[in-house]
Design a protein around this ligand. Sequence first.
Ligand code: FAD
Length: 264
Amino acid sequence: MPLRIVVLTKPVPDPAAAAERLGPDGRLDRAASPSVINGNDEYVLEAALKLVEAHDGEVTLLSMAPPNGIETMRKGLAMGAHRGVLVTDPALAGSDYGSTIAALVAALGQLEYDLVLAGFDTSDGVGGVIGAAVATKLKLPYLSSAAKIEPDPAAGTVRVRRISPTGFDVLEAPMPALIVGTQLLGEPRYPSLKGIMAARSKEVVTKSLADLGLDGMAVGGSATRTKVTNQEKPPARGATQVVRGTAEDGAKAIAELLASRRLI
Ligand SMILES: Cc1cc2nc3c(=O)[nH]c(=O)nc-3n(C[C@H](O)[C@H](O)[C@H](O)COP(=O)(O)OP(=O)(O)OC[C@H]3O[C@@H](n4cnc5c(N)ncnc54)[C@H](O)[C@@H]3O)c2cc1C
């Protein structure tokens, strides 16, 4: 039985780009640097692609982003995803978590899926909250910290090997379910030239707030309940102490340093 997987992929500023990324209002200036797919999302996308290769099926990318999110999505399509859905609307600028969750939930309401996969967190927002919140809103089983994903489409269930403080838990849930994956799922593939060419003609559907039945005054910048009031750079790093010698010398020096600071 084919698997239908939606992967939540967020375009984020390229961490390798040197440009200053905060605007005068303290918010990310997304035009200041090129966007890439959030690193953690590439790991869950890789897992999704392997699953549909093994079980047959299709992978849909879902992003909420400014209109140029389409360009970022092309890389996921080049990796092998089948289509994309981009939620974009001028009224979504300035969205906080509540609006992002509302938009993604509404978009998922218009899609058919057995699994929704989300990354652990993003390199710009670092909230680590969207997956759990979307699952809760949609009343989907929520399986987090996945190191391995094993669906059984015939039985309509999915099994996840979940990282725990003491090792791994094995969780099972009925599908549809939402899974938050980790980097233990495996290294993302590089798009092939064939994949890059094919991505150009893959379908990307754009949805506005009106398409999703959402009110522009209830979500987006006009509905945000948090605001950035200040921004500070982290304090400069202090002097670094280098210990040369054997591993034993190093371990002793580290232990002494930690003890002198009452950390052990
Ligand atoms: C006051 C305020 C204003 C903001 N203004 C803006 C703004 O103008 N523009 C803007 O882009 N952001 C804005 N943000 C940030 C935005 O709210 C967050 O980026 C968003 O809620 C996602 O949070 P996160 O990046 O921490 O995701 P996390 O919870 O860390 O993400 C976990 C996973 O959820 C999925 N996911 C997260 N976000 C998306 C997405 N957008 N599309 C698809 N999948 C996703 C990914 O799989 C990701 O790995 C603002 C935030 C605040 C508090």
